[in-house]
Ligand binder design. Structure first.
Ligand SMILES: C[S@@+](CC[C@H](N)C(=O)[O-])C[C@H]1O[C@@H](n2cnc3c(N)ncnc32)[C@H](O)[C@@H]1O
Length: 270
């Protein structure tokens, strides 16, 4: 049984810390999936859209550029500070994905880009999304593919396995059980959604070298940062060198071009 308070406290502290450097670090990976996310929820002009776990607000801003009327919600005040500074025309609220502070049926679409799997009880967050959607409203959320299918993550985990200690992190285990597309579809059905499905999405994460990959994860994430920070200091150069060696096939004239793999899960209020 997941300790929901421990997960929430860990995630909250991690994202508060990451907020200041998130835009130039991890967001360079997450932003690539915004068009696929918005397409999966059929976000278009005239719709009222909620961006859950909005971070610095890039999804909200992209939805607004499509002509939607948008609000963003996140539980990190520091992330919201970045969002408000970058997108002054959009309303951003502090709140928890498991207890959305909105009326029933308030939105035409709810989207979340790499947010739902950070919530201690993703099923509760999906039920909340269902509650705030009108009949016929759409939901879409993105989640990373498993490390075995996601080259960037596999490079890092393999390097830590070979040169560091995968058990070093003191982070509580994630709450979700959201590892596969089937898990997401089951959770969407369990929350009451109809017409559920998933679609694979790809991207490319560019970095000069393995050291930069590690630094982007260390400064721009919560769980990966805890794992990297927990490595013995002497292991870090070896982990970075291992990534460089294993990623040789992804090197071009500009540096590393590492494939990213995610999927978007979607559904509709019947
Ligand atoms: C990987 S970031 C994604 C940010 C943004 N959606 C993007 O596309 O870059 C995860 C975000 O989820 C937020 N978050 C995690 N748990 C949350 C919760 N229970 N309620 C609201 N926001 C949460 C974090 O504060 C962080 O901004």
């Amino acid at each position: 049984m997941a300790d929901t308070d421990a997960i929430r406290t860990f995630e909250h502290a991690g994202w508060e810390k990451a907020a200041g450097r998130y835009v130039e670090s991890f967001a360079t990976a997450t932003r690539q999936f915004i068009p696929g996310l918005l397409d999966a929820a059929a976000v278009r002009a005239g719709l009222s859209v909620l961006d859950v776990a909005c971070g610095p607000g890039f999804v909200a801003s992209a939805a607004a550029r499509r002509g939607a009327s948008v609000r963003g919600l996140d539980f990190s005040a520091a992330m919201l500070g970045v969002a408000r500074a970058r997108h002054p025309g959009i309303a951003f609220e502090e709140g928890d994905a498991e207890a959305l502070p909105y009326d029933d049926g308030a939105f035409d679409a709810v989207v979340s880009n790499f947010g739902v799997h950070h919530v201690p009880r993703p099923g509760v967050a999906l039920r909340q999304a269902h509650r705030v959607l009108r009949p016929g409203g759409t939901i879409a959320f993105t989640i990373w593919a498993a490390p075995s299918e996601n080259v960037a993550w596999k490079l890092v985990f393999d390097a830590i396995r070979r040169c560091g200690d995968m058990s070093a992190s003191r982070a509580p285990a994630p709450g979700g059980g959201f590892g596969t597309p089937a898990d997401c579809e089951d959770a969407l059905r369990g929350a009451g959604f109809a017409d559920v499905g998933t679609r694979r999405l790809g991207g490319v994460w560019r970095h000069p070298d393995g050291c930069a990959v590690l630094e982007a994860l260390r400064s721009g994430t919560a769980r990966m940062a805890a794992l990297i920070d927990a490595q013995p200091g002497a292991a870090i150069p070896a982990i970075a060198a291992d990534i460089d060696r294993a990623a040789a096939g992804y090197r071009d004239a500009r540096g590393l071009a590492i494939p990213l793999s995610a999927f978007v899960a979607f559904g509709r209020v019947g």
